[in-house]
Structures are given as structure tokens and as C-alpha cells.
Design a protein around this ligand. Sequence first.
Ligand SMILES: [Zn+2]
Ligand SMILES: [Zn+2]
Length: 567
Amino acid sequence: MSCNNSTKKEGPENEAVAEPYQLRQTIYHNGDILTMAGEEASYVEAVVQREGQIIFVGSKEDAMAQFGGKAKEVDLNGQTMLPGFIDGHGHVFNVGLQAASANLLPPPDGDGNSVESLQQILRDWIGSNQEFIDSTGWIIGFGYDDSQLDRYPTKEDLDAVSTDIPIYIIHQSGHLSVVNSKGLELAGYTAETQDPKGGKIRRIDGSNEPNGILEEVAHFMVLLTKILPQMKPELQDDMLVKGQKLYASFGYTTAQEGRSTPDGTATMERAAEKDELILDIVSYVDILSNRDAANSKYQGKTYTNKYRIGGVKLNLDGSPQGKTAWLSHPYFIPPAGEPADYHGYESMTDEDAYKHVADAYQNNLQILAHCNGDSAIDQYIAAVSRANKEFGNNDRRTVIIHAQTAREEQLDSFVKEKMWPSFFPMHTFYWGDYHVNSVLGKERAYKISPTNTAYKKGLRFTSHHDAPVALPSSIRVLSATVTRASRSGQIIGPDERISPFLALKALTDWAAYQHFEEKSKGTIEVGKVADFVILDKNPLKIDPMQLANLNVEQTIKGGEIIYNKKP
Ligand SMILES: [Zn+2]
Ligand SMILES: [Zn+2]
């Protein structure tokens, strides 16, 4: 029985079966069916699924001999079928928040290319989203990216949009935000407020007056305590539906909620109770704000109504493009107001980091830790190494999320401590040029998300989008992992490119393994779930520079179509 079906359905041998076979069995054929099993590309001519499980892979002749006339036939028309994509790391609930908010992303995903354009987008959004504002009390924008703006927006810029309704706009990294004066007032941030541990309230030059820009904990607390709790459950339910639909449109059949808040957890549980999830969602609860949720009945390795809590999420630093990642060496160009030796900062002490890792190990919870800067990576390695000695390292699949600036000897430590990296090569497209020119300088920038070096050392990994940091686009993940081409066309670290096949492994087979789901997902093999994605072309047979133009035609979850490009 698949781990996805919480209730056993009647098999075809059961006489009480009410529906004809045709409604419950499907034969897929006449396209490239890439199984993703094994170490190199392998194809089959036909696949048969019954009630959400793969029951046959092989030749078309055999499929027809056994199932012809007893199953619905799907002609792939020369398109390519793969296992459904599995989210290496993302935030499906926050994607819903993004979908509900004003879109401040820069091109190609939005129009936010100047402070003035952000103001205009917010004004337009206010005009058609009164219900959202009434429900939450806030105007929310998502995805401003200062690397693509003329300057950093401040509270004055947002005051020009509204002085009586609080405004909260979230940086594309999800690690910073800007609020207007009303927002600062509601957050309780004044000239007298000290910076919280692991965060910063940026100030107007030469004074203690907040300028509206909030970093890390100072930012996250506003979302957590002032905004999310204001949202009615129906609004949050709707956000979760939107998040899943967006994921499905990119071929994902398993989504991660990679830092689940109390509100996010409650929303996912409501959907699971009603059996309304369309994707499998595996959630990792925020260890600081939501640790108790890991004690829920949903915690474990099997899904109930497509939902499970996979473990806990720890956050050890910020984001490189937000210049809050904790580096061992200074930023190439420090952010305004910071000294030349500024190199970001930690989220917590070494001892606290260890305590959280030990908590996860003691309670056999899988742990994911966000580490972008190499100092944060050092801190995590030290904590994991100590916990491995203390509690034993028996197949925990301890994940390091992003590991963007991992140094080569840190990759050796991942091997030694059995840590599993989930890399973020998509940065090479979105911020590759900015990393070279402003964040890291060329030498370090070319080594971000060192997938090829990791592969050669025997590591396996996933490649993620960290949505809503970027759209949950499997296609962009694939393209960036293979080409590492920046917005300007510069190849950010040619030596770290990997083949399209390996990049697909990082979206399927290896992603299943990261989540302890390799027995049921990740490849097209008998006994696994019938989760598939159909692409218009075969990614292994086109020019890699064209990968970004691939289209998801259909997404199939447990044998059911959950996304169809053709309406
Ligand atoms: Zn992260
Ligand atoms: Zn994340």
C-alpha cells in the first residue's frame, strides 16, 4: 500500500468494485517516459497506474496485452513524462501569502524595478484588494529586490502610499521587510527600541529613529505576531489553495512548508482534516516559534490525507542578497552604514544552535537548518558533529538548506557528518551578477551552490527555489542548475554546472530520498505512487540554454490530473 493512501481502497480483485476498470486504470504511452531510476537516463514505452499506484512499466506491447481495453489510454503525443517533482525546499503556505499580496518582484516575474514602480503597484493593488485589507488590517507587498531597484525603499516611500493603513513589504529573500510609519507604530518599534537578538531595526543616518527597514528577527516577528494572527482562517485557507495550485502548475506533486508558523500549521491541519489538499505537503515547523507542533499526530514519515510534519526547521543566518548572511570574510561592498569589515551576523549563539540540533536528535525529528553564509555553515557543522557523537548518527538525513557559500572543506564535513545539502543554484540567475559585483566578488560568487564539486565528492543533494523567494518554478530550478546563467548571461561558475539528468535527479529521486520517501516516490517504478509531470519537450534532448523555455503540460497526483495547461 502506498504511504499516501490513509484508507485502503478496494482492489480490482474485490467483487464489490463498483466502477469499471477503465475509470481506475490508466495506460500512458507514445512519448518519452523518463523513469529517473538508476544512474543514467532510462526510458520505458508504457506506464500503467491503478488507483494512484504504478502497477506496470515496460513495453507498450506488454502493457496492451495485459491492460488494453481495461484501462483508460493516455496518448502522450510525443511529450515527455517524468516522476512528479518534489520540492527540495520551499514554503507552500507563504507562496499563498505571496499570491494574495501585491507583486513587487522585478522582471521577469513582476514590474518592481524602481521605488516609484513599487509605490504604483501598491496603489493599484489597494484599489482592487479592499477585502484583503479589511480582513488583515494591512497592505502587504511581496518580493521587492533592492538589487534591481534605484535605491532602498524606506518608511517615507511607503508613507507616500498610506499613512493611516500599515504597510508591510517583504524582501524577495523573505529575510527583510520595509514598513511605513503606521506599521512601525503597530510593531512598537521606536527610537528607544533595542535591536532584538538575531535581528536589526535599521535607523535613519545619524539618529536612532527607525527608517522602516527591518532585518531577520525584527522583520519576522512583525509577520508572526502582528499580521498572520489577524488573518481570518478562511483567508489563510484560500492562501494555501493558491500556493498549492501554483506549485502544481510547475509540475510539483510534493511541496514543502519549510518554516511552518503556528498559523501555517493550523491552516494545513484544517485542510488535512477536510481531506482537501491537492498535493502532498511535508511541513517542518519553525523551531523557535512553533516547536510544540512537532508533537502533533501528523508528525511522522507517512502522510494522512496528504499531510505530514516531517520535523523541525532552524534558521542560523540571513540572506546573501539581503547582505545579512553570516560570512567568514567581509562582503564585497558592505550595505549602507556598515563598516568595510562587515560580514553579516548569526541568528543565535553556538550553544543555542547545538541545543536545537540536540533537541531534534533526541526526539528523532528530522532537522533542516537554513545556512547561507559559510560561518553559519561552520556553526551548523559543529552542532551536528557534536550531536552525532552524543546521540549517534543513524540515518537522520540532517539537511542543510541553501549552503550557498559552502567552502570545499565544508563539503567534506557534510560527507563525514552525513549532512544532506539542499542547494540554491537558482541564485546564479536571479542574483548572479549582483553577487559578483556587490555581494561576494567574482571568486566567491562563482562557487555559490557548488553542486558539481559536491557531486564529485559523493554527495547527493536537492536543488530548490525557496518559493516565495522565487516562483516555485521547477523549470527555472532545472535551467539554473544546469546553465548557471545570470540575468546578463554571465555563467556564474562554469565548473559547478551539472548535467540536465543530474539536475532532474535533484528534483525527483534525490528529493524523495531527502524526505525519506524514496521507497514510494521519485522514480517511475512499479509500487510507487502515480505522481507524474508531463513536459512539452524532453529536457535531455534540447539545447540546455533552452531549458528555461520548457512548459509543464500536465501534473498528475496519484493518477489524477491536478494541473492541465490546456483549459
Ligand atoms: Zn532559507
Ligand atoms: Zn526557505
